[in-house]
Unconditional design. Sequence first.
Length: 598
Amino acid sequence: MPPAARVECPHADRCPGCPLIGQAPDAQLEAKAHRLARALAPFAAWLDAEPEPVRAAPSDVEYRTRAKLVVAPGVPPRLGLFAPGHEVVDLPGCRVLAPPLRAAAAGLRQVLAAPPREAGDALRAEGDGDGRLRAVDLRAVYEDGEAAVLVTLVLREGGDTDAALAAACEALARAVPTLRGVAVSRHAGRSPQVLGELPRVLLGPGRHRDRLRPGRPWSFASHGAFVQAHGEQAAAIQDEVERALAPLPGRRVLELYAGSGSLALALAAAGARVTAVEGFAPAARAAEEAARAQGIAGLDARAGSAEHWLPRLAASGERYDAVIANPPRRGLAPQVRTAIAALGAARVIYVSCEPTTLARDLAHLARLGLRAERLAPFDLLPQTAEVESVAVLERAAPVEPPLLFEDEHLRAIDAPGDAPGPGGTGLFGGAEPGASGVALVARDRTTAAALREAHAAGRWLALVRGVARAHGRLGEGARHRRLDVIGGHALLEVCWEGRRAPSIRRRLAAIGEPVLGDDRHGHTSSNRHLFERFGLDRPFVHCASLELAHPRTGAPLRIEAPLAPDLAAVLERLAGEAPVAPRGAGVRALRRRARAPR
């Protein structure tokens, strides 16, 4: 359906799923362009590719081919999304669901309102007596113009009998004429994720052919597997990638985070030799089986993470003409970015669903010798603020960190934090592994020796787990004070005076205030959560300023570095999800305070 001037929805005032609904299409595209530009702007020192205009979707309603809907008790039971306050908003007639899913949701509502007794608690909402149904995951699959629906029931852990689950399947089959399969996913109730454990198929085959568009290879779809929600825009992104890689025949391509292989199959069918790496083993096997079934040669699927496979591929001498990466919202881990650059491919295609981690990763890749030459954004989810981007990177000279001070004896750089210290001579900022901010680099051995004996005053910023003490000491010559609490964690200022910088991370861990993102002294589960949800991929430690006498001339030096953009982005995302906004005027005020002198 072509985009309308504005989309009206009876649930717009309460439903969180479509925050931009009601705005004109041009206004939505402008908002998405602004979001992308705002994420890229702090990294301007490393990025110079201007984003192209956001490409509008051919349809902005009835497009969603995947929906995870929460089930809540009521008369009738509710099937929808969590609104603020953790209340479930019922969404009959949702405007963005594709017609097969809209019809399936309507049939589900009928079943939930009067579940058969034989189904036991499997079709009763959790919270309704002994009801076990927490959510449903709906997916549409298409083959040869025919649409079908897969339903995954998310049930609280318990002892549902096979007879009860069979009765539930029969009830769903009667209510949803296009039903192709039913699965169950057990949920322990401790995770915020909608799906629980790996779905177990109850009805229908485990895999279903799904063709993105006529004339192209099909891939296998399965219950709970990832899929782009807008099929037409997913096809447009695939076209963009193919154009960037042309000509395809004979090209060696490495695809990371390949999923069930929709893109890899299309590239291999066009003559490329594709190695597809996917961390979810069943999806990798499905890609290989789909290639064999369609007689597509040149596809080699590897089950395992990018972190696992990239070092092995590089060590084996494997070389590729191009690398494609389509990671989840957290982006690429630092070791993956480094390994991609080390493979030596002339071109890298980065498909991203999160502007903040895209900007972070493109900046690091630029420092590794891969510069973004083009950046094409797509409106993949109309009525939302989300924007998908395709970045085309080419080999270029590595971009150097910004220079803060320089003379014939000494340089001070604004270290980005994703690389080792500068040649072992960054005695202060650069001496803390993974820290960003001020780092000093001696130009000669005499200056390096003088730096080792220099007395300096340093000011550091660190984000630590939980609400830290308001102030305290960190051993000889170092003290800390709490600047603010944001997202349940404390931003600390650490001041130090002495000859060599202390290990900020080790000293904070020793007093029970571990630095977030620190994989050596930090808190493992907190680090994983901050990486997955907020994109923190290194220790949150930043050298904001150094004061010292010049090691050769004796002139007083004060060198400052603004908070690194990747850390500032983490603060903003934390503040955006905090139940209570940080004190003062929000994150911008907090960043100004972080830059202020002691």
